[in-house]
Design a protein around this ligand. Structure first.
Ligand SMILES: Cc1ncc(COP(=O)(O)O)c(C=O)c1O
Length: 377
């Protein structure tokens, strides 16, 4: 059987990874400033993470959501403590799109409405409701198309007010920091305004922290810089450091009923073990503080480089915008300097490294980037 060929692939075959480095089958080492698409939070193959999942696998790997699983409670308690959102409730699932799908479902149950406001350049996943509010027509299949999905310019508060005034909006959803769209930040005033207008009109405010959450911004969630309390927060990616897990954090005002949401795999023992190990390491190694510190250092240094048009971001979620296409720069970084980076559209290089990135790694990247830029025509 052939694989369904949906991914353009680099000719690199990683076989091992450790900390902020990935090693290919020829033993070549790469600095990982991409984190497998913002997934690696505590670093590759962290010993506590490996040990926790291995020990769990030797006990019990899977049953179902119809029995007592205290690991789910432990995960929820530790997540509440570290994020400062102790009073929220947790629904566990398996991926980012699934988390958003369930959040949108909750919003619709709660309001009895179907219209959703999202923002231009957004990405919320590829499943039905999530892709309908993603700003990329190419990946919206006819079966996903929703005429009641509205895309508004990020930070255009007046347009949101006008749409909500029509009285048919169930939810407003936005990323804590827009990732795939090129690292764009909602302003604090915008987030605070959204919280007020949503509260006043019984509209559910959903923060998608799938890419920007879990300490990447320097706070546990990027929206926490604005001091707001969203109704629902979605998480995945860094939550499992590579083990598939996602979740919805749900404001205490929402009440569950049996059967309202559900999943076969969500909250299984291995996923919980991975999620718990991630939270333990984030806390014990103070990785949020490290993300803030090393991220600020990187952004300050990048802003001194003349060839760069703009540097945007927060913590270790950084967009480096250039006037011309970034493809040749990224190719050289990967194949000549052995550094993985991400991309966003034609003009933005995206950095999403593990949160244990050291200052020396950041300095090494700046040095190599300057060498590559000096060779550009
Ligand atoms: C902000 C955001 N939301 C949702 C998703 C979808 O997550 P998944 O690929 O786990 O379904 C992504 C994935 O890149 C994302 O960046």
């Amino acid at each position: 059987m052939k694989l369904f060929d949906v991914y353009p692939l680099f000719n690199i075959e990683p076989v091992k990874a450790e900390g902020t480095f990935v090693f290919d089958k020829n033993g070549q080492r790469y600095l990982d400033l991409y984190g497998g698409h913002a997934v690696i939070s505590i670093g590759h193959s962290h010993p506590h993470y490996v040990q926790t999942i291995t020990a769990q696998l030797e006990k019990i790997g899977f049953y179902s959501n119809s029995i007592q699983n205290p690991l789910q409670q432990e995960l929820a308690r530790k997540l509440g403590e570290l994020s400062g959102m102790n009073d929220y409730q947790l629904f566990l699932c398996n991926s980012g799109a699934e988390a958003n799908e369930n959040a949108l479902k909750l919003a619709s149950f709660h309001t009895g409405k179907t219209k959703v406001i999202a923002f231009k350049k957004s990405f919320h996943g590829r499943t039905s409701a999530a892709v309908a509010i993603t700003d990329n027509e190419k990946i919206v299949a006819p079966i996903n198309f929703r005429p009641d999905a509205v895309l508004i310019e990020l930070n255009d508060f007046q347009a949101v007010i006008a749409e909500i005034a029509k009285g048919d909006v169930a939810a407003v959803i936005l990323e804590g920091i827009q990732g795939i769209g090129g690292i764009h930040l909602p302003t604090h005033e915008f987030l605070q305004g959204l919280q007020t207008v949503c509260n006043d009109n019984n509209v559910v405010l959903i923060l998608d922290e799938i890419q920007s959450g879990y300490g990447r911004s320097g706070m546990f969630f990027a929206f926490q810089f604005a001091g707001i309390q969203p109704d629902l927060v979605t998480v995945a990616k860094g939550m499992g450091n590579g083990f598939p897990i996602g979740g919805v954090l749900i404001h205490p005002k929402y009440e569950a009923w049996h059967g309202m949401l559900g999943t076969t795999f969500g909250g299984n023992y291995l996923a919980c073990a991975a999620g718990i190990a991630v939270l333990d390491v984030l806390k014990s190694q103070k990785l949020m503080a490290n993300a803030g510190e090393v991220g600020n250092f990187l952004m300050e240094e990048l802003r001194k480089v003349k060839a760069i048009k703009e540097v945007r971001g927060q913590g270790l979620m950084i967009g480096i915008e250039f006037e011309n296409s970034v493809a040749p720069i990224r190719q050289k970084l990967l194949f000549e300097k052995k550094i993985f980076t991400g991309v966003s559209g034609q003009h933005v290089i995206r950095l999403l490294p593990p949160l244990n990135l050291k200052k020396e790694d950041a300095k090494y990247f700046i040095e190599k980037l300057k060498e590559v830029l000096a060779e550009q025509p």
